[in-house]
Write a new protein. Structure first.
Length: 94
């Protein structure tokens, strides 16, 4: 629906229809900038109702031989270190 529009235009268009509809954006492999963007958009008291922004991010342990050699337990142990960009921020991760 919004593939040819920038995020701001898409968010405005959806928010004008129903500001309770959450909008999921990709982090585009740049979680830090995606977090900064969503924090600017997800304000407690916006000047006009705006759809909440959710960031979709993924981590893979399948691309390098080093990662492929890891056991499931090693990968699970690394998960908590992968979202350090969220430390000391008012965000939640699921």
């Amino acid at each position: 629906m919004c593939s040819n529009l920038g995020y701001d235009e898409c968010i405005s268009a959806v928010s004008a229809i129903d500001p309770t509809i959450p909008i999921v954006i990709s982090d585009a492999w740049d979680i830090k900038n995606a977090i900064e963007y969503s924090l600017k958009k997800n304000t407690a008291n916006p000047t006009q109702p705006t759809s909440p922004i959710i960031i979709d991010t993924h981590f893979y342990w399948t691309f390098t031989d080093v990662d492929k050699a890891k056991s499931p337990q090693q990968i699970i142990a690394e998960v908590d270190t992968k979202l350090s960009e969220l430390d000391r921020r008012e965000v939640s991760a699921n």
